[in-house]
Design a protein around this ligand. Structure first.
Ligand code: SF4
Ligand code: SF4
Length: 464
């Protein structure tokens, strides 16, 4: 890495000046093969994102995180609040996967898949180029006084920005409250759904603020993933890298046999296109979202000066400095082992997950009754959650004590992905109650298969 750059670039970020004020970034419009590939991938991902709330699998939403009603669907499977441990475990697996992926491939996710980058670079930025022109025109327009042209261009831009933000905000809201609830809020008068309507407006303004004003600051300052790059990356991680061995010493002079200049002609194109305003030639930096714009810009220059492409490319520091490409470092192996174990554990837990969730409680406020035949009766409430897709029939059997009986108030048929509340009686002969409460064990069978043995208690008058 060039010595001269080591001293300065880590002391400040490109978007804040010496007075601590925001430096607005006007990146040049990128073009090239990576940008084209990212554009098509972005359109595909946007299509999935916007159609997501309307997609169903066997009638269930593909993704719904309804926190308010505690309804969670992932890939059409319903998860209940009781399954939160699965979410916890899944979340830990995701974190380990991200750590592993980042250790190997750096921040590739940010450049290609992250919704923030996709919306910023592929939607909002494109509209900005369309209305205000490329970087130079944008800079000129911002510095110009508020003429009719400026008001028209800025006004139109922000109007479109807000419209898209409203659309984006509603889409994210649909993932939380469901498409039907969202359509209802949109079609009914605001007064009928003040909370939902307020949420829509707040969501829209948050997105508008992010894309119209906050922009790259989200990646540089706000995003925790970005902030963690310092500990996640190492010298073997593959990131967008400037080949300083090939490029230095940089300079504009003519390349002759006697000249010791490297391939970098110091044209500044890689800096001009960078949406976070950094100079990748300074080395890997926290601000770099691996968007590949500098790779495209430099490739275009290399084509012009008839040098091989890839002066800025996906590479590890080790491969450039020492010619060593090493994906399987001890750290990567350790992460992979932990990840494999966690996935195995998660799979076992998932397979062994009971298809039915049962909660039995003695009915509050009801003591025991003595029936005409002299047995003692307790009333219980039962809540059943069928986590499967098919309708199931539940039967209850008294396991402990061996004498006594269970009688249901209603038949217990629970539809797939549904919840049923009911009640049942347990009758015990008086002479069994030698102490109170008597521990009870009730076997719960779903379609004849034992799914759980539930422990509860029975109260009654103690026999001498
Ligand atoms: S675009 Fe390439 S040649 Fe131009 S300054 Fe950047 S690294 Fe050097
Ligand atoms: S340095 Fe290159 S890859 Fe990184 S953010 Fe800037 S343009 Fe994108």
């Amino acid at each position: 890495m060039p010595e001269r750059d080591q001293a300065s670039f880590r002391d400040h970020i490109a978007t804040v000046n010496e007075q601590g004020k925001r430096v607005w970034i006007y990146p040049k419009k990128p073009s090239g093969r990576f940008y084209r590939a990212r554009t098509w991938l972005s359109y595909f991902l946007l299509l999935i994102l916007f159609s997501g709330p309307f997609l169903t699998i066997k009638g269930n939403p593909v993704l719904l995180l309804d926190i308010i009603h505690r309804k969670f669907y992932i890939l059409g499977f319903r998860f209940w609040p009781h399954d939160m441990y699965l979410f916890g475990l899944g979340f830990i697996i995701l974190i380990i996967f991200i750590i592993l992926f980042t250790a190997v491939f750096g921040r590739i996710f940010c450049g290609w898949i992250c919704p923030q980058t996709i919306f910023m670079e592929m939607v909002f930025r494109k509209i900005e180029y369309w209305i205000e022109g490329d970087a130079t025109q944008q800079r000129r327009l911002s510095a110009a006084p508020w003429t009719g042209e400026k008001i028209w261009k800025k006004g139109l831009k922000f109007l479109i920005f807000y419209g898209i933000s409203f659309f984006v905000g509603n889409t994210f809201l649909a993932y939380i409250i469901g498409k039907d609830a969202l359509i209802h809020i949109i079609t009914a008068p605001p007064g009928e759904h003040l909370a939902g309507f307020t949420a829509m407006i707040i969501f829209s303004f948050i997105f508008f603020g992010v894309f119209a004003w906050l922009r790259e600051q989200v990646c540089v300052m706000v995003c925790p993933y970005g902030r963690l790059q310092g500990v996640l990356l190492d010298q073997n991680s593959i990131v967008v890298h400037y080949d300083f061995v090939r490029g230095e010493p940089r300079g504009k002079g003519k390349r002759t046999e006697k000249s010791d200049l490297g391939d970098c002609i110091d044209c500044h194109q890689c800096v001009d296109v960078c949406p976070t305003g950094i100079d990748i030639r300074d080395g890997t930096q926290l601000e770099c979202v691996n968007c590949t714009a500098c790779m495209d810009a430099c490739d275009a220059i290399m084509d012009k000066v008839k040098r091989p492409r890839g002066l800025i490319r996906y590479a590890s520091y080790n491969s450039i400095a020492n010619g060593i490409s090493r994906l399987w470092s001890p750290r990567v192996m350790a992460y992979s082992a932990v990840l494999a174990l966690l996935i195995l554990f998660f799979s076992i837990v998932l397979v062994k997950r009971s298809p039915v969730d049962v909660t039995i409680l003695r009915t509050p406020g009801v003591l025991f009754q003595e029936t005409s035949d002299g047995t003692i009766r307790n009333l219980y409430n039962i809540v059943l959650i069928n986590k499967g897709e098919q309708l199931i029939t539940i039967t209850l059997k008294l396991v402990e004590p061996k004498v006594g009986s269970v009688s249901l108030v209603n038949d217990l048929h629970v539809a797939g992905n549904d919840l049923l509340q009911s009640a049942f009686f347990v009758d015990l002969p008086k002479d069994v109650i030698k102490y109170s409460p008597v521990p009870l064990q009730i076997e719960i069978d779903a379609d004849g298969r034992v799914v759980e043995v539930f422990s509860t208690a029975f109260v009654g008058p103690v026999s001498p």
